[in-house]
Design a protein around this ligand. Sequence first.
Ligand code: ADP
Ligand code: MG
Length: 355
Amino acid sequence: MLFDPTPKVDRKDFFDREKEIEKLKRLETPIVLVLGLRRTGKSSLIKIVLNELKDYLSIYVDLRKYEEKNTITYRDFLLDLQNEINRLGKKYNKLIDALKNIKGVKILGNEVKFSWSKEERFSFSSLLDSLEQTGKSVIVLDEAQELVKMRGVNLLPSLAYAFDNLKNVKIIISGSEMGMVYDFLKVEDSSSPLYGRAFSTIELKPFDKETAIKFLKKGFEELNISFNKEEEVYETIGGIPGWLTYFGFTYYQTRNYEESVRKTLEYAKKLIYREFENFLKPRYIAKERYYTAMRTISNCASWSEIKRSLEAKEGIEISDSEIYNYLIQLLKHSWIVKEDDKYCPSEPLIGKTFK
Ligand code: ADP
Ligand code: MG
């Protein structure tokens, strides 16, 4: 069902992303990037493709749960890998065999345990090597921008090693905060292990008006519901597939247009607000300034309008470099975009949340 509010796993439930599915399936480079704002369908796209790549072993690390945290430890990351490998069970006997005799691995029956202790530390590279021996495989790092919070270990040398040397292992890196994904990979930093590597990149853009309308029409047709306010829905909530799906699902349950719009807006604002609070956690000193900036930007604003609003709020001068820093952070974390000389919310419901 197109309006199923959970991530899709089957392409028949995934609207208008055939090209993206085909491109991701080709895994054209050792590391492939899947980028797009939150709720544009990245996890769905990846799950659909993994389902179709039947002869690949897949390990899916969902890093979204670290959104609320300020740091990720190597222990957290290893336990994620360990749980994922153990969840795969019997299918993975070959992998378990390859992991035998590797430093930091204990095998108890059919279960693996990875050690993060100083002396016996299991390295991510040895997992990649074991996968290489096992056969074709994919590791997914979903919402990889969270990995900039990882302390005590650097994954980039292992990723570069896989990029340059491994034939069987592919890595899919997805992210909602596109600037942060590039910050994590450090592709433009000449001293970084991944410097200059080319990645096949798939960007999921929000639906444009025409596509959003078609999506709603098809979703309601599938449920045998007559509906004719597709255009109004787009004008009110925009083209993010996740919000449109939520609207469709709510209308399916309530059959009431006003109530469905209200519920969608309420739900979206609550989530966006929570995500913004997570963004502010490591920046709590400047919290009020970020809120003021977002309020000003909610209708699009120029640099000088933003500066004026921040200074008016506090009645003191705020330096250009501070303002520059706030805007860079908001841009990198995809809260805003720059359009000509204006800063705007990256999607309409972000604007509505801060009005
Ligand atoms: P992301 O991982 O980018 O945050 P998800 O894959 O979790 O996005 O998708 C968010 C919601 O939107 C899910 O309910 C998903 O089913 C729905 N969705 C996203 N894109 C589509 C699409 N093209 N067709 C149908 N539903 C979609
Ligand atoms: Mg996702």
